[in-house]
Design a protein around this ligand. Structure first.
Ligand code: 26Q
Length: 817
């Protein structure tokens, strides 16, 4: 594609071949005449890595020379998935590598499958960070990402007898060619200890004497942009024992124990916490947060001080983005460094911080907001707790002057929550200290203003904004659906949509063209074949390509309502069972595909997984049903599985209870791939409807503004069908009667918090509508093309442009080719 040679390394197939063979011999240390697929993958990756490093060096040289305002993107989670395919596509040398490999007797696609996922994150929030890094690099923004290099990423899900079991993710065991260990870039991070007040020449100051020191070592991960020379850096920190660690014990002679104890330091970056929004107040989690924040802030301030001798320009050169409240300690850490170490006065330090930080929340309800017990904070980070109290004191005084003695409002807005467990409210801290508070979709923004952060919105309306989430079309079309990618380029007459996704709208005029429709369906069928093969190898179930592939893949959560989907499947099964032979002929065959992980401590979610398997067992082994209905649970859903599942789906479900999904980004990936949506008007779906038209998807339930709870309309009654399917589960039709009892109880009228009963009829209607349209191939294909054509708004390129302009104040800094 672009540039056969743009650095010292050449990119023609002959040179690539030589390069790969050199890496087989000198990096992998195998004979160039005898190496297997995995060794070939390793050599290939190292050859790609060399090219990434060239660009990455040039980019950083260029940033250094230009000294633009830089963005520092802080996130405790990055769900990167595989890197090889993404890198070769973004570098523009995929075809050259494929040719080089084929001459060596290897198939590029087969080698790409050798790579495991980098799963340093849970779900939506973490994959969003990864998509945003791709857009930041592609749009040439001067950015650094910062995170933690967990030794174990998100647990692997193994299904035994239909139950979820968790296994460690040993992702580093076979080496990681994409990272560059920087042993010389390391910082000491301090914990515990005590704070004393001292005075010199009548000026009081605080001295923190820490009790434990751990070393943070940098691992750099180059992130290449597409169609540009820019490659930005994602710096992940790993914990190593400090040189001073346990010096005491050496002196007292307990040498062996001292060495063994050193290992404890490394536990900080050992393992990613699974997303369990109720699992808060754990010391190790807080240690992880501060460890990552402290190392990042030291690194950022060091870089700033390399070229500036005072802090006046800091907010003009440095923008911090806080991905949810997980990195919010950075705010307090910057204040601490400026005041205690750089000796700035409070006023100056405060002004700098308030101009530097921008905060995005991904949460919709108060229970989901992060709180840290004061006792825990005071013991681990005593100086930080003092600073939080200082911020709060000044804020409360200021607020009293503005709103008077409204104590209940003052209490709600305080950073400190009094209660059985006195805690710090990290969201309040983040709002008070940031210049911008961002929501992740328009309805999320409305909820922030009217409910979650109403008090703050009333005080500072100008701080609140939203940037609807987006996903990168590079990974979600170009990498994962090459067939669709070429088809789109052919019909648009250009590949320019890969950088300017609005051009996809050009497909609209061809949506009814029978030639495009035929090619579109052909592409889908090929993707369905791949998916069908995968389903057979991972679950043993054979599925028919004529069936509608109906998919719900995402983390398992009550509010996402996988249970509604399963009850719908039971209803469909029951209907088929009760039909005569001739009626069965009219049934639209379906393959219902569910996938996703449940947090290890989330019992209800785990029961939902088991129910899915119990229903699948019954349905898939019923000869009355055959190919009319198949149910499969795809185990260990992750980014690379998503890359296979999404292109091969006909219909996808996004059926969260209205008001509970902040945005949702899976829907955007399906939309780009021409998969029709069956969805509630929640989160970003509301905006998707505006882009593609409600007639091009299957809408479930009432809209948010018609929420029966908030209006005069009575809630729709629970249907007879709902009662029937729930009682089938309750009566043991699918076995495990006792085990499912509590799930059924939670669906009783007054306990049905997520409103499955209220939405069931509407859900079945939407499903019936999907069946009717599916048999009309022209109509379905037209809707599918219009879905892709209308997906332009949901590119993370658009999201990032908005952040750059309205939150960060950064400009592109393009490295010359
Ligand atoms: C909290 C405390 C202790 C341990 C873990 C956590 C934790 C970890 C991850 C809490 C929450 C998360 C992840 C949240 C998340 O993914 N939210 C989703 O963010 C997406 C991107 O904005 C939205 O599209 C989804 O709607 C939102 O649910």
């Amino acid at each position: 594609m672009f540039g056969l040679m743009d650095g010292f390394l050449k990119n023609d197939p002959m040179s690539l071949q030589k390069d790969i063979l050199d890496h087989v011999e000198y990096t992998v240390a195998r004979s160039r005449f005898n190496f297997d697929d995995f060794e070939a993958f390793q050599a290939l990756s190292h050859s790609v890595r060399d090219r990434l490093i060239e660009r990455w060096h040039d980019t950083h040289q260029h940033f250094k020379k230009q000294d633009p305002k830089r963005l520092y993107f802080l996130s405790l989670e990055f769900l990167m998935g595989r890197s090889l395919s993404n890198s070769v596509i973004n570098l523009g040398i995929r075809d050259e590598y494929a040719e080089a490999l084929s001459q060596l007797g290897f198939e590029y696609e087969v080698l790409a499958e050798q790579e495991g996922d980098a799963a340093l994150g849970n779900g939506g929030l973490a994959r969003l960070s990864a998509c945003q890094m791709d857009s930041l690099a592609t749009l040439d923004y001067p950015v650094w990402g910062y995170g933690l290099r967990y030794q174990y990423g998100l647990f692997r899900q193994v299904i035994v007898d239909g139950y979820q079991h968790e296994q460690p993710d040993y992702w580093l065991n076979f080496g990681n060619p994409w990272e560059i260990e920087r042993i010389q870039v390391s910082y000491s991070v301090k914990f515990y200890g005590m704070v004393e007040e001292k005075a010199s020449n009548g000026v009081k100051y605080k001295v923190w004497t820490p009790g434990e020191t751990v070393e943070a070592v940098a691992y750099d991960n180059p992130i290449p942009g597409y169609g540009t020379r820019n490659a930005i850096n994602l710096r992940l920190w790993a914990a190593k024992p400090s040189g001073q660690y346990d010096l005491e014990s050496y002196n007292t002679g307990d040498y062996i124990n001292a060495i063994v104890n050193r290992q404890k330091a490394e536990t900080i970056s050992y393992v990613l916490y699974p997303d369990d929004r109720s699992y808060q107040g754990k010391e190790l989690r807080l240690k992880q947060q501060y460890f990552f924040v402290s190392a990042s802030v030291q690194d950022i301030i060091r870089r700033f001080k390399d070229v500036h001798d005072n802090f006046d320009e800091f907010p003009d050169k440095v923008a911090f983005q806080i991905n949810d409240t997980h990195p919010s300690l950075a705010i307090v850490e910057v204040l601490r460094v400026l005041i205690d170490e750089e000796c700035l006065d409070w006023g100056k330090a405060w002004e700098i911080v308030c101009r530097a930080f921008s905060f995005t929340t991904h949460t919709v309800n108060t229970e989901g907001l992060e709180k840290i017990p004061v006792d825990l904070l005071g013991s681990l980070l005593p100086r930080h707790l003092q600073i939080m109290y200082d911020i709060n004191h000044r804020f409360m005084e200021d607020l009293k002057r503005k709103i008077g003695q409204d104590y209940s409002r003052l209490e709600r807005m305080s950073i400190v929550e009094e209660g059985i467990v006195k805690s710090i409210r990290m969201a309040n801290l983040s709002i008070i200290c940031s210049h911008t508070v961002n929501g992740v979709s328009r309805v999320h923004f409305e909820l922030l203003k009217t409910r979650l952060f109403k008090d703050f919105y009333d005080l500072w309306p100008q701080k609140f904004q939203y940037k609807t989430n987006g996903v990168t079309q590079r990974r979600w079309i170009v990498v994962s659906n090459p067939g669709l990618c070429s088809l789109i380029s052919k019909w648009l007459g250009t590949e320019a949509w890969i950088r300017n996704v609005d051009l996809l709208a050009g497909l609209r005029e061809h949506a009814s063209n029978p030639v495009l429709q035929q090619e579109w369906r052909m592409t889908k069928t090929i993707n369905k074949m791949r998916l069908a093969d995968y389903i057979e190898t991972s679950t043993g179930v054979k599925v028919s390509l004529d069936a509608m592939f109906d998919v719900q893949v995402k983390r398992i959560h009550e509010y996402k309502r996988q249970l509604l989907n399963i009850l719908g499947i039971i209803y469909r099964y029951d209907c088929i069972k009760n039909m005569n032979k001739s009626d069965r002929k009219k049934v639209v065959p379906r393959v219902c595909i569910i996938g996703g992980k449940a947090a290890p401590g989330y019992e209800v979610a785990k029961k939902i997984i088991k129910l899915c398997h119990a229903v699948a067992d019954k349905v898939n082994n019923d000869d009355d049903v055959g190919d009319l209905l198949k149910v499969v649970f795809i185990p260990d859903y992750n980014v690379s599985v998503a890359e296979l599942v999404i292109p091969g789906s006909d219909l996808s479900q996004h059926i969260s209870t209205v008001g509970h999904e902040a945005s949702g980004t899976g829907s955007m990936k399906f939309l780009m791939n021409g998969c029709l949506l069956l969805a509630t008007a929640d989160g970003s779906t509301v905006e998707i409807i505006e882009e593609i038209g409600v007639e091009n998807m299957f809408l479930v339930g009432t809209k948010l503004h018609e929420d029966p709870q908030s209006g005069d309309k009575p809630a729709p009654g629970v249907s007879i069908q709902f009662i029937r399917v729930v009682s089938m589960v309750r009566n043991g039709y699918f076995g495990f009667k006792e085990y499912f009892n509590s799930l059924c109880d939670s669906l009783e009228d007054d306990k049905d918090f997520y409103k499955l009963g209220a939405d069931f009829s509407s859900y079945l209607e939407a499903q019936a509508m999907a069946d009717r349209v599916f048999v009309n191939k022209e109509k379905w294909t037209c809707m599918s093309i219009l879905s892709t054509a209308g997906s332009g708004k949901f590119s993370s390129d658009r999201t990032i442009e908005e952040y750059a302009k309205h939150a960060w104040g950064i400009e592109p800094c393009k490295c010359p080719f």
